[in-house]
Structures are given as structure tokens and as C-alpha cells.
Ligand binder design. Structure first.
Ligand code: UDP
Length: 238
């Protein structure tokens, strides 16, 4: 069997990826399918760290949060990522993958705090690490948490799992001539005004020379193909 292209990766999953076709929350068959794919790469020895968003839970409370102080709403969003992390940890366990959740927010009874050296130790031991609580700061996103933790743990790439299968020259839902980029540089993304991640996350990856691979979480086998270095989605490179 061929070797994986990457030894250590940071996988960013949006919370909304867990919703499936539901309006909010965690769709059971969706999390099982995603977990099967994640378990497959964990089992081939790839050192895997995961950052998960909170959009799926936060969307459910969004009407009640309207008009709320931004920082308060952001803390609620970060708590939502902790719930998703626990759900993911539990689902991974059912697929035979031991993982540790480390949170940027202190929730001692539920998850351990983020301690970089400890997470590096887990990764060295081939245990999957799930980083919960985003960056621990309001006014940021889990994309930025992914870039930050990715840089901290020395990941070779940030794998951004999205609803679309890569970066297009224009919106493929509106433009029939839109073409998919297989590879594109950070500078080209800026000059073509292509939004890959939020600006803070994008700038951090660029500064740290941390490539971003964008691919679809809904495409069966896509994650494995990315890991094996096969053509899939779009690679944003220096
Ligand atoms: N959030 C935050 N700081 C962070 C990460 C997340 O305040 O470092 C909050 C923010 O309100 C955000 C929510 O948590 O809207 C959920 O994160 P995100 O939108 O990145 O989740 P996703 O869209 O990937 O599901």
C-alpha cells in the first residue's frame, strides 16, 4: 500500500457539516459517515488534530441571540464547539479511535484544557486530538483556531472540509463557466479576491507557510484521497 502524503494534519470541520440536511443540531447518520472517514485515516497512522466549528448548534439559538452583545454571543458559539467536540469524540470511539478533547475555554469537569506540549505528546502517540473552544477569544472564528493550532503543532497542512469541492474561479452556483483550481497560491487568492478562510486565518497560514487544502466533506473518500496525495479539491500553496 502506498504511504500517506502527510504525517501530521489539522482537519477543520465546520459545525454545519454535522447538520446534514437538518436545520440545526447534529444529524446522526452524517456524523457516523464523517467519523468513518476520519477513523480510516487515523488508523493508517496519520497524526490527526481536529478543530470543529459550532455553527450547527449556534444556528439553533441564533434567533434568541439576536441583539445580544457580540462577545457574549461569541462565548456561546465557543461553547457550541465544545459540544460538537464531545459528540465527535464519542462517535470516533465507536469507530475504534481514541481521542482527547482539549479546550481553549476552561471546563474542568468536561474536557482538559489546551496544553500544547500535551497535545504534541498525544499526537506522537498517534492519538487523535480535538481542539474545542475555538481560540478561546471572542471576535475570532474556528477557521482562525485551525490555523493557530495547525501552526502550533507543526501540521504540514490545514485540511479545510467544506460543502463545496474546492476553490472555483467564481461561484459555480451562479456562473456556468466557473472552473475549479487544483492548485493556487496565497497571493493569487488575494489578487483574485477568492475567499478561502476568513482573513485572519488566511493571513496566519500565509505567514506561517502552512498550506490549506480545500475539499468537500460530502464527497465519499475525499479525505482519504487528500491524505494519500491524490488529486482532490484545491491546494493553496505559498
Ligand atoms: N467563536 C469565537 N472565537 C473563536 C472561535 C469561535 O468567538 O475563536 C464563536 C463565534 O461566535 C463563531 C462560533 O463560535 O460564530 C462558531 O464558530 P464558527 O463560526 O467558526 O463555526 P463554523 O461556522 O465552522 O461551524
Amino acid at each position: 500500500m502506498s504511504e500517506p502524503k502527510f504525517k501530521r494534519v489539522l482537519l477543520k470541520l465546520s459545525g454545519e457539516a454535522l447538520m446534514g440536511d437538518d436545520q440545526f443540531g447534529i444529524n446522526r447518520s452524517t456524523i457516523i459517515r464523517m467519523t468513518e472517514e476520519i477513523a480510516e485515516i487515523a488508523k493508517i497512522g496519520v497524526e490527526l488534530a481536529i478543530v470543529i466549528g459550532g455553527g450547527n448548534i449556534f444556528r439553533g439559538v441564533a434567533p434568541g441571540a439576536q441583539g445580544m452583545d457580540r462577545a457574549t454571543a461569541d462565548y456561546m458559539g465557543m461553547m457550541a464547539t465544545v459540544m460538537n467536540s464531545l459528540a465527535l469524540q464519542d462517535a470516533l470511539k465507536h469507530h475504534g479511535v481514541e481521542s482527547r478533547v482539549q479546550s481553549a475555554l476552561n471546563l474542568d469537569q468536561v474536557v482538559e484544557p489546551y496544553i500544547r506540549l500535551k497535545s504534541l505528546h498525544y499526537l506522537d502517540e498517534k492519538r487523535t486530538v480535538i481542539f474545542a473552544g475555538g481560540t478561546g477569544n471572542p471576535f475570532f472564528t474556528t477557521d482562525t483556531a485551525a490555523a493557530l493550532r495547525g501552526a502550533e503543532i507543526g501540521a504540514e497542512v490545514v485540511l479545510k472540509a467544506t460543502k463545496v469541492d474546492g476553490i472555483y474561479s467564481s461561484d459555480p452556483n451562479k456562473d456556468p463557466n466557473a472552473t475549479l483550481y487544483h492548485k493556487i497560491s496565497f497571493d493569487e487568492c488575494i489578487s483574485r479576491r477568492l475567499e478561502v478562510m476568513d482573513a485572519t486565518a488566511f493571513a496566519l497560514c500565509r505567514d506561517q507557510k502552512l498550506p490549506i487544502q480545500v475539499f468537500s466533506i460530502n464527497k465519499p473518500g475525499a479525505l482519504k484521497r487528500v491524505i494519500m496525495g491524490e488529486q482532490e479539491g484545491t491546494l493553496v500553496h505559498i
